[in-house]
Design a protein around this ligand. Sequence first.
Ligand code: SF4
Length: 192
Amino acid sequence: MAELSWENLEKAVSACRACPLYRGRLQTVLGRGSRSATVMFVGEGPGRQEDEQGLPFVGAAGKFLDVALESLSFDPADYYIANVVKCRPPMNRTPEPSEANACLNFLRAQFALVRPRIIVCLGSVAHTNLVSAEQSISRARGQWILKKGILFMSTFHPAALLRDEQKKLPFWQDLKQVRQKLDEVKAQTGAE
Ligand code: SF4
């Protein structure tokens, strides 16, 4: 990619054919939210509605996430939402490791541009690629991990909560932790 900028990133992503997922997309889906956010949420990949609208997390799972964030008084200026892969996998299947790998540099570029202090992995694809391939999401969720000055937390993907009610409480508890950490980080940054 050329010099790191949002414009160059958008161009590179929309022209990308680095993995087979480009074949099924209507359009690429980069991200939504504040580009100077303190928190970044990272999901798996676009679904049908995301593919149609060009925005991540706009389907049922996204609406659930939005309601949860609003209930915990997250300010939209404080978060940005993206996915590991930018093109919709066929039939919404899980992206293959090779597809995630091919796309990760775009996510890294988003991290470099947004410069979040907190990254929340939503589901096992984000967790595996960003935090650890060793532990399952059920075991790893809710724990803070510091990597290169960024705090990582993994939790369930909102789509999993729509299939399994029992995941809702732990997800809510994890988001509450993120909300508290956001306040702490902002208090520190304000004091710097
Ligand atoms: S998923 Fe990522 S790497 Fe694959 S074609 Fe789309 S933008 Fe390129």
